[in-house]
Write a protein that binds this ligand. Structure first.
Ligand code: PEP
Length: 269
């Protein structure tokens, strides 16, 4: 059984003191679960202090972004090389980056390759806008985003890749995650099947089966269990709700409950 991956994307929130307090509160609530991997993606500034604070049996760190060149005259940027000793994961192609910072398919491909080159697992975020959904273009958008992002990799690299299906229209504004519209389970199933079949086409069925695939978009502690129960979903990428310790630890708890129930069913058979 794959480990469930729960990723907190704090976005441009929480300075060092606030991040430290949130981690302290999460550490009190989140137990060590072998079956669940909990990853925190704070701002760049906070990665270093958190790396000294976190209980590594409970948490791993992710960068929210990095630049694809390893070093050089790129004022203001931080490279994947510089993050190598700090993080296990990095978000790549998050909707905020694609839509607010103009990152295109090629940028995402370069960043994915740079992450892999530096032994960091990219969490590649893909998903359609509302307009693309209404135009019936979800399949083609996912195809283009997935195949371009993976096109510089070898089949050996694929095991280190995570893909997050995050429909742009389902993302919260950071506070309305309890009431925001999210996709129907069937639509999530359809999207993750399409993503796996893109990966199978490029790297074979085994790579597609092994791929860890997350859902992201207005998740919270009340919806986490059902979302994680959807076939083909291996975890969640959580934005707004990850800033609230009760919500986020509730999501991790839901992941644990599901694992436990699955184990019980397997033993009973
Ligand atoms: C995100 O932005 O990656 C995200 C999942 O946000 P939210 O959960 O707030 O919709």
């Amino acid at each position: 059984m794959k480990r469930t991956l729960i990723v907190a994307n704090w976005k441009m929130n929480l300075d060092t003191a606030a991040a430290s307090l949130l981690v302290h509160r999460l550490e009190e609530r989140i137990k060590i679960y072998r079956e669940i991997e909990v990853v925190l993606a704070p701002s760049m500034l906070v990665l270093q202090p958190l790396s000294l604070q976190i209980d590594r049996r409970k948490f791993r760190l992710a960068a929210q972004n990095a630049f694809y060149k390893d070093e050089g005259a790129y004022t203001g940027e931080v490279s994947f090389t510089m993050l190598q000793d700090l993080v296990h994961y990095a978000l790549v192609g998050h909707s905020d980056r694609r839509h607010k910072f103009g990152e295109n398919l090629e940028t995402v491909r370069e960043k994915t390759a740079a992450a892999i080159r530096n032994d960091i697992s990219p969490i590649i975020c893909v998903g359609e806008t509302k307009q693309e959904k209404l135009a019936g273009e979800t399949g083609i958008v996912l195809h283009d985003q997935v195949t371009t992002a993976l096109s510089n990799l070898t089949s050996d690299n694929i095991d280190n890749v995570v893909i997050a299906y995050e429909p742009v229209w389902a993302l919260s504004n950071g506070t309305d995650y309890l009431h925001h519209e999210i996709p129907k389970p069937d639509d999530i199933t359809k999207a993750v099947k399409a993503i796996r079949s893109n990966v199978a086409h490029l790297y074979g069925d085994k790579a597609a089966d092994n791929l860890r695939l997350l859902y992201g978009g207005s998740t919270n502690s009340s919806t986490a269990f059902d979302l994680l129960s959807i076939e083909g979903i291996d975890g969640l990428l959580v934005g707004g709700a990850s800033l609230n310790y009760a919500e986020f630890s509730g999501i991790v708890e839901a992941a644990y409950r599901l694992h436990y129930e699955k184990q019980e069913t397997t033993h009973a058979e």
